[in-house]
Design a protein around this ligand. Structure first.
Ligand code: NAD
Length: 254
């Protein structure tokens, strides 16, 4: 039975993932890591400063990280030096942080990194890819909405959608919101909404004179991300070192 440690265990996502691992028959919740010690679902949560000793003691097989961008590089290094596979859901990661993570992972441990672990969102991304390929001439806008406590903007998922669109329809300038005299050119407009407890909405609009195609995905509950992350944790243990995506876990073609 694979031993799982959840990093960010006291957070919104960490709590749901902890419960799912605890309730699963084929995974063992050996503990969590957060800024302060606590407990969850009968397991210990240790402070981040004690995480190295904790991974050595528990001999965890996989670390699931849902924390903050400023912490994720150290958490990835921690797992890699303890030979522990990784599932990383934290977003807002800069290009430099991503490079550091890749360096720590490659040749050492297997890691699934995804800005969105929802199965529906991964199917949605395929629909967006297909649409962007067919609708290169259309005006494209990306709109996302999340809860008031989300720290990063635009969301990691919106950035992934932009990357997919540009891979298929070509690189474009981005316009983050519009104000004043803004003549539309060939940019992609990106619009961010923050409020209340919105779990995660993403819309991609393709518009031309007289018609619009709108693709939308709406997450109603964080458990859609948590169950995908737990699925990735099951999948990643025993894989060859390297970076994988949810596409690999779900065996979806790019
Ligand atoms: N990939 C996905 O599918 C997906 C889905 C939802 C959220 N997210 C992302 O996951 C991250 C967490 O989201 P959340 O809503 O649970 O946030 P949250 O703020 O509720 O939880 C984050 C937790 O991490 C803890 N933390 C901070 N630094 C730490 C460190 N050094 N070591 C251990 N723990 C530390 C915080 O104290 C907090 O408890 C965000 O980046 C969010 O955007 C990703």
């Amino acid at each position: 039975m694979a031993k799982v440690v959840v990093c960010g265990a006291s957070g919104r996502m960490g709590q749901i993932i902890g419960r799912m691992v605890h309730e699963s028959k084929d995974l063992e919740l050996v503990g969590g890591i957060n800024l302060k010690p606590a407990s969850f679902f009968g397991a210990e949560i240790v402070a981040a400063k004690d995480a190295d000793a904790f991974l050595k003691k528990t001999k965890a097989d996989v670390l699931i990280d849902f924390t903050v961008a400023s912490a994720v590089v150290d958490n990835v290094k921690l797992a890699a030096r303890n030979n522990c596979a990784l599932v990383v859901g934290t977003t807002g990661i800069s290009a430099e942080q991503r490079t550091e993570m890749e360096k720590a992972i490659s040749g050492h441990v297997p890691a699934v990194i995804s800005t969105n672990f929802s199965i529906g969102m991964n199917i949605f991304q395929q629909l967006v890819r297909q649409s962007a390929k067919l609708l290169k001439e259309y005006d494209i806008e990306v709109i996302e909405a999340h809860h008031r406590n989300k720290k990063d903007a635009p969301s990691g998922t919106a950035k992934t959608l932009l990357q997919i669109i540009e891979e298929e329809a070509g690189a474009r300038d981005k316009m983050y919101g519009r104000e004043g005299m803004t003549e539309r050119k060939n940019e992609i407009g990106v619009h961010v909404i923050r409020g209340g407890d919105i779990v995660g909405d993403h819309t991609v609009m393709f518009s031309k004179n007289f018609e619009t195609i709108e693709l939308s995905h709406r997450a109603y509950d964080r458990s859609v991300f948590a169950s995908g992350a737990v699925m990735a944790a099951r999948w990643v243990v025993g894989k060859k070192p390297g970076i994988y995506g949810m596409n690999d876990v779900l065996a979806l073609k790019k």
